[in-house]
Structures are given as C-alpha cells and as structure tokens.
Design a protein around this ligand. Structure first.
Ligand code: ATP
Length: 468
C-alpha cells in the first residue's frame, strides 16, 4: 500500500477512537462531560499493554527499582507539605460575555503562533500579572472574540470530604500526582525492604486535576493515569548530571524502542530558569509532535531533597537515610521522570495512523505487542458449517497463546478493513482449500499480502513473528 505520510488531524484520531472502540466521550448519553473520556474494549487493551511494558521496563527488569500502589486520598497535610494547596495553580481568564474560562497561557501561546514579535515572551516564565498585562497590551480576545478578564490563579486540586459533615476539618483532596505517595512512604519502604541507595520507587495510578482547557482529547483530562518514578540517591556519591542523562536515555529508549515511536516526532525541551520550580536544579520535557503541536509527553526533574525535607517538616518524622557502610545520616535527593499513560496512548495512536494515499484504507500500524488483538480468525463464509467448525478449532488453538478475535460478519474485505483499523497484525482465513490440505490464508496487515500456511505450522509461524 502506498501510505500517506501526512500526520493525522486530531479529528481523525477522535473519529477512529470512537469508531473502533478505543476511546469514547464520557457520559455521552447525558451530553458528555468536558475533559473526560472512557477507554473502550480496544482502548483498555492498549492502555494495559502500555502500562505493562512500562512496569516491565522500569520496575520488573531492574534490580534497583521497587513498585508501590499508594492511595488516591492521602492525609491532607501531604498536599500542604508538597506545596500543592498553595501553588498548584493555572492562570485563568474569563470571557466577559460568555463567562467561559480559559488558560491565559494557552491563549497567549495561540496568539503568539499567529503574530510574529521581535522578542516574543517565554510564556512558561510569565507571572499571572505579566499575562494580564500582555493580554491587555495586545488586546487579546477570547476564542469567541470577546474581552477577557484579568488573569487569576486557579488551584487544580479536587477537594472532597470524608464523612457526613463537609467542613474544613474533613477536607481531603484527590491526589494531583502519584509522586507524593512515594515520598510519604519512603521510610516504610526503606525499613521493610533490603534496599540501598541509589534506588527508585515507581507507581502507576490515577491522578486528578481540575483542568479547564478543553479540546485536547485525552491529552489533558480531569482524571488520568500517571506513571511516576522517584529515584533516590546520595549526591555525594552519585553525579546527578550523569544520572539525569541516564534517565533521559531510558525514557527515550522506552518511547522509541519499546513503543516503536518515530524519533523525528520527539524532542527534548529544557525548562528556562524562570519556568522551573525554585527547588528544581534541572527540568526537561520530552515532547511529541501531537496533531495540535509539540507538547509535553514526559517530564523529568531533579527535585533535590525538597520533597522529603518538606514531609519531614510537616510530619515531624525523620525521613533520613542511614548509609549502612559509613553510618552517614542524610536526606536523599531525587530525580523524577513522570509521564501520563494516556498521553503515551494518544502518541501511539497518532504515530501508528497510516491512511493510504487516497485515504480510502486506513491501517493502524501498531507494534504487534501493542495491538489489542494479535490475530483475527475468519471462516470465509458463515453459512458453511464445515468452514465455521474448522475455523473454531483454529481459533481455540490460537487462543492458548495469543489474543485472538473472531469475525464472520459481511464480506471478507470488510473484515480485513476493520481489523486494519484496530491494528490486528495478522488475519487467518479458513477457506475451501483448508478442507483439502489443512492450510489457511494468512494476511499481513501492513502490506495486505497473503500467504498460505499449514495449520500445524501456524503457531510456530506466529510465534516467530509476534513474540520476537
Ligand atoms: P502540563 O504542563 O501539560 O499541564 P504538567 O507539567 O503539569 O503538564 P506534570 O505535573 O509534570 O505535568 O505531570 C507529569 C505527567 O503527567 C505529564 O508529563 C503528563 O504526561 C501527565 N499529565 C499531567 N497532567 C495531565 C492531564 N491533565 N491529563 C493527562 N495527562 C496529564
């Protein structure tokens, strides 16, 4: 197939996701809920595969890494210690006519992309006051063309309360990131495991942010899954710059080799000094070229000993580490690579999207290890019991080792088209020749070519192709 090299639009990705059961709008029957999406039968498979690959690569296959599953609702002091209660904010402006709310930084970025200034400001470094001034000096309007209010800080933490009385004393937060559960468990992890610095703790779990920017599909949602690592080390023994670079290489390797993403669509962006948190010594974003531009996929920051120190101060408990050899007592430093699984999934969908030049046939060229189904089995005709029975035997045989789907609807061409859009690498068809010589037609997703394979050789053939 001569495939198109044009990148997909976000609308194309949204349409495919809905049509093929990857991602649905949340509560669609009630008119939807902004910034909330469900993962359908194929989406949940893809999500699980990405999570499993992440866990295997960063936790299971490393002797210096441990896993954790901490709670979504933690003690509320956690978020005071971490700084989220006071400064986990976005700059917000309001359309003075429609009262719709927008991120001031996003409106400025969009304005800058359409106007060329000699010295454009670095939006990430602007304060809320800078943004208000810039908006009024340049007469920036809302997307509906109306005047905007001054920018205000808006806290992203979701609040709720425990028990029947919803007052201040019962107030808790849905976690805004998974990382704080790692810091608050640091001592328990060290005391209950045979670990020695340097070592890391990783976890995957839901985080919640009261995001107001709409229209970025699953890139920015209220509820999302984070995969975060805190890698603890003694700065006297470990050169943080070497360690930082090593983690950057691992992130790059995971994205390009394990997920097979095109490196031309990836780049590093270093945070400006003014953009970085005061405690961070260095921060980079690994960016992917999404249909709406280069955006943060994965962040990595050297957070020094800030978080453990804060939790020591707020909890009154020591979170120091005692070196077993030297007996040196100190607070470890950390490097934090943090990614959203949903952003990885969106990248995987965008990167695998291959329409043909006429945009008549679409193939989702997922790596076989990511495809929701590895094989599809079809009887050529559904009203021929001898074909259906034989196909069922092949289906059951392959089910022992592969994720297999069955399809007998419509004509064979349509079945191929639907498997192509799901990303199933191989389709196996049981036809009349099967009844004569025990061979099946195997069709390759990416080339649409076909070959005949003996049923007895099928498992070995697939193993060779899929489990390499
Ligand atoms: P952004 O600047 O895009 O809002 P961030 O810098 O606030 O992201 P971090 O706090 O560094 O994000 O979170 C770590 C990772 O979690 C991000 O790199 C991203 O992959 C993911 N993430 C953050 N917010 C969201 C969200 N609302 N929806 C989906 N994924 C998210």
């Amino acid at each position: 197939m001569s495939s198109s090299t044009t990148s997909p639009t976000l609308d194309e990705i949204v349409a495919l996701s809905k049509r093929r059961g990857f991602v649905y709008p949340t509560s669609e029957i009630y008119g939807g809920l902004a910034n909330a999406y469900e993962y359908g039968p194929n989406g949940v498979e893809l999500l699980r595969k990405i999570k499993n690959l992440w866990w295997e690569f960063f936790i299971s296959k490393r002797s210096d890494m441990l896993g954790l599953d901490s709670q979504i609702i933690l003690h509320p002091r956690t978020w005071e210690a971490s700084g989220h209660v006071s400064s986990f904010t976005d700059p917000l402006v309001e359309d003075q006519v429609t009262h719709k709310r927008y991120r001031a930084d996003h409106l400025i970025e969009s304005w800058l992309s359409k106007h060329s200034l000699d010295n454009p400001p670095v939006v990430e470094s602007m304060s809320v006051q800078d943004m208000s001034q810039f908006i009024s000096a340049n007469n920036i309007k809302s997307p509906d063309g109306n005047p905007l209010s001054a920018a205000k800080s808006f806290n992203l933490l979701f609040e709720t309360s425990i028990g029947v009385v919803a007052d201040e004393s019962n107030k808790v937060y849905l976690r805004g990131e998974t990382a704080q559960g790692i810091f608050s468990n640091f001592k328990q992890i060290v005391d209950s495991n045979r670990v020695k610095l340097p070592f890391g703790v990783g976890q995957i779990g839901k985080s919640f942010r009261n995001e107001i920017t709409t229209g970025q599909f699953i890139f920015r949602t209220l509820e999302f899954e984070q995969a975060e690592i805190e890698y603890f080390f003694n700065p006297k023994d470990t050169d943080w710059q070497v360690l930082f670079k090593d983690w950057q290489d691992k992130m790059w390797q995971f994205v390009t080799e394990i997920l097979g993403i095109n490196p031309d669509k990836l780049r590093w962006r270093r945070h400006e000094d003014s953009e970085r948190s005061f405690y961070s010594k260095d921060t980079y974003d690994l960016e992917y070229q999404y249909p709406f531009g280069w955006k943060e996929l994965w962040g990595i920051a050297y957070r020094t000993d800030y978080d453990l120190k804060q939790h020591m101060e707020f909890s009154g408990r020591s979170l120091e580490y005692i070196d077993p050899l030297t007996q040196e007592k100190f607070i470890p430093h950390v490097i934090e690579p943090a990614v959203g699984i949903n952003r990885l999934l969106l990248m995987v969908l965008c990167d695998a999207y291959r329409p043909d030049a006429q945009r008549e046939r679409l193939v989702l060229e997922l790596q076989p290890k990511l495809a929701p189904y590895q094989v599809a089995v079809f009887p050529l005709l559904k009203n021929k019991p001898e074909l259906v029975d034989r196909a069922k035997t092949v289906y059951q045989l392959l089910q022992n080792n592969y994720r297999v789907t069955w399809d007998e609807r419509g004509n064979i061409g349509k079945r191929y088209l639907s498997q192509d859009e799901i990303g199933t690498p191989y389709c196996v068809t049981i036809d009349f020749e099967t009844l004569e010589n025990d061979s099946v037609t195997v069709r390759h997703r990416d080339t649409a070519t076909q070959e005949r394979i003996k049923i007895n050789d099928l498992e070995g053939w697939l193993q060779d192709k899929l489990l390499r």
